[in-house]
Design a protein around this ligand. Sequence first.
Ligand SMILES: [Zn+2]
Length: 294
Amino acid sequence: MAAIYNSIGTVFYLLLILHLGACQEDFCYAEAECGPQTWGGLCSRGTQQSPVALAYNFVDFLNGEERELLQSGAYLEQQSFFIENNGNTVSIRLRLDLTSTTYLSGSLLGGSYVFSQLHFHWGSDDQQGSEHIFDGIRKPMEAHFVHYANRYPGISEALTSNTPGAVTVFAVIFDISDSDNPALNPIIRELRKLHNANPEVRIQSRGLVLTDLLCPNTLREVEVIQYDGSLTTPDCAEVVLWNLMIPTIPISQNQLNEFRRLRNRRGRPLSNNFRPLQNLNGRVLRYFRTSIPR
Ligand SMILES: [Zn+2]
């Protein structure tokens, strides 16, 4: 009898470990057993969490300081890149030798930040997809350019540093346009090879110009809303200096549909991979104007 209780206990313990493990590493968005409600740690206890709702206030920008945003040469040039469908998003990295030469700096950031990866959040329809809400509207897609402060040897050290500003993310929000956005084509053309989620499959491609995805290439003057927040995926570390770029970037319906055809690890459509809004809890939003050198 005791042996049976013991095995039941062991099985329960194993299930508990599997469950906790699932929340940390195998999180998801739609399914009840691994969705945002189950994300533990700072995801449920934190006070500086992301995403949040943001508002455009003309006066705030008018009074906003002009700050410098500098991009290294590699940001402005065509790059080779690796792309994968990890089941929760499409993620893009550069070759390791290029990563250290691809960075952002200037008074907007108060330091130099090395590019780590770029990924996307999108919806199953045009009324949802972005993580940040702007003026009460959820847009169909949002891209995150993740960088770490160059005082850390790599992204892992920055993420576990427990230090606000160890990581900076540039968030770009998309609006549907009539024609394709050519800057997205190097990514779009690889998506068909990534139909099924598999973090082991990384496709190498070329021709990506990061700056053309950061803001429309017709513009020199952009606005940025900055605030202190967290990763929007487990473990939701509160280390992120967020920069929301204004204006939005165009994406055509056809281009967006290529993202919507992707599948998650359960073989279901990969979309609506955005975290619910978090409370601002008194955090201050900072409004800046900056110019993009071309
Ligand atoms: Zn993200």
